[in-house]
Design a protein around this ligand. Sequence first.
Ligand code: COA
Ligand code: AMP
Length: 629
Amino acid sequence: MGYREIYAQWKADPEAFWMQQAKAIDWDRPPSRALNADRAPIYEWFSDGLVNTCWNAVDRHVEAGRGDQLAIIHDSPVTHLRRGITYRDLQKRVASLAGALRAKGVTKGDRVIIYMPMIPEALEAMLACARLGAIHSVVFGGFAANELAVRIDDCQPKAIIAASCGIEPSRIVHYKPLLDAAIDQASHKPDFCVIFQREQEVAKLTEGRDVAWHAFQYGVEPAECVPVEGNHPAYILYTSGTTGAPKGVIRATGGHLVALNWTMKAIYDMDPGEVFWAASDVGWVVGHSYICYAPLIKGCTTVVFEGKPVGTPDAGTFWRVIAENKVKTFFTAPTALRAIKRDDPGGEFVKEYNLKHLKYCFLAGERADPDTIAWAERNLNVPVIDHWWQTETGWAIAANPMGIEPLAVKHGSPSVPMPGYDIQVLDEGGHPLPAGKLGAITIKLPLPPGNLPGLWQAEERFRKSYLTQFPGYYETGDAGYIDEDGYLYIMARTDDVINVAGHRLSTGAMEEVLASHPDVAECAVIGVADALKGQSPLGFLCLNRGATRPHDEVVTECVKLMRERIGPVADFKRALVIERLPKTRSGKILRGTMVKIADGTEWKMPATIDDPAILDEIATALKTIGLAR
Ligand code: COA
Ligand code: AMP
């Protein structure tokens, strides 16, 4: 069957479609039905099934004779190491870690924060939680202690599993002091912390609270898989919203298993035994879905890459990893390819490696610009597939499904809706727009399995953020249009979220940090176009009347403050001091107009502007840093 038939089959009977896909999962008790709409517009999938994620990702493959196959390859140019872990080893390691966590009181439903770099132990920690029915929340290593503290207070973990350090090309990231500072700051205190000591930096353990990864597993009884209900939360992953407080996206167990398993063949054309590589980080949704869970659920080998697209040691690293590990499907962010293209425009490094196993290159995380796609197509000589999704959905909303039927590629479009998603472009009043017209991109409820059923202990926020603006639809926060052939185009965000190097960041959260500087009276943060990272944050600061200190000192302090409070991942390096912010007569800051001026794109004077002269001042200030041209 082709894409159109499969999409029509799903649309005609979504329940039957997903019940059919659920058969590929091992259930302790199969679900009697797919969708539970009792609390619509809050929906659940496979609620009455009983299942365990770790069983499906690890144990069942050992039982099925894949014990000697590699489950994980750790390829780490920053430590010059490359090693593999078989499914049998993984089962032993995860059962032992889960047993040790259980012995210290972690049980089904307890939260466990994982704060680790790109090492196999990060996946083992996730799987050990899944084995017990504990709910993990992985925090990206590029966040500062304050962001970790916010997450500790929100999900109240019983335990935190961390590594002693991470390795960035320019420095060692000292995880342990960050962890200690976060626990100091947080009101909630975990019962204990498990520290994985890396040889690059051994951390001092806090007596009475910290245990060492290996020592605490000594002599424990390995844990068996604990079956959980289909609607039991598998994990919480925090993501940026409009306000400062991150949103705790919940992933429910049953739908997660069914949907991810389905995508591996349908979208990525993967079969058991083949090698899949998503060059992301376990701290992001791509890492959850396509470094850890989906490849393992499908019985593939997953690559855990600890390095960068350039500089570790050069722009050929990605091609080396693909060649040496026989990667069939490769997934990265456009920004990574732009970084490689900048260092190696002619693709000379590609020619040094034998990429005969590579069949596809998938891109997501931000808009894929046609130039970058064309460069990759030319040099890699495989289909380069843009696909669009979000932390909330957990898997692609729109894609070109290579395992079903490769469709014609249109550069600039992530192609067509996947089964499960009825995408509608709506105007402000919630009316469907015709082909080619720009509007809010929404998904008709219910969302498919694997998508978020809610936010952690924040149902009102969930309803308000996603379900209220367009009743009966999920609001994605992206704007765009669908063309005459049904291809989707993602053009912009409708909220204050920006995308820097494929990382989703909240300008609202950054403004909160700037506003806390004693000299700052008012501020705004916008995302300006950046040739490498897609967008780059830029701050505008209006200082208090009495502030007499040199402006560059205040700016330097604000940059430092952002790094301390949000972390290096915010990549906040520039701010301008200005007299006033442009606002509407009702006091709304005209961020959209500021972005257009900064990017040098066409803009119109907003009819509601309070004082048009401010925009000239802004343009002059922007020119001093090479923008607004
Ligand atoms: N732990 C600690 N710090 C981290 C980190 C981590 N896991 N990841 C990034 N950082 C830090 C970096 O060291 C850098 O700090 P600096 O300001 O001291 O230099 C800062 O965060 C910004 O990092 P990054 O965005 O990686 O910028 P870069 O200039 O070092 O590298 C790219 C540019 C394009 C190579 C890089 O952004 C990249 O690989 N992007 C792809 C990201 C990706 O795959 N995203 C997909 C998510 S789905
Ligand atoms: P995250 O939740 O961090 O994965 O970020 C999701 C957001 O990134 C989306 O809502 C989009 O704004 C953007 N995004 C992700 N993939 C794409 C894509 N293929 N094209 C355009 N924007 C994308």
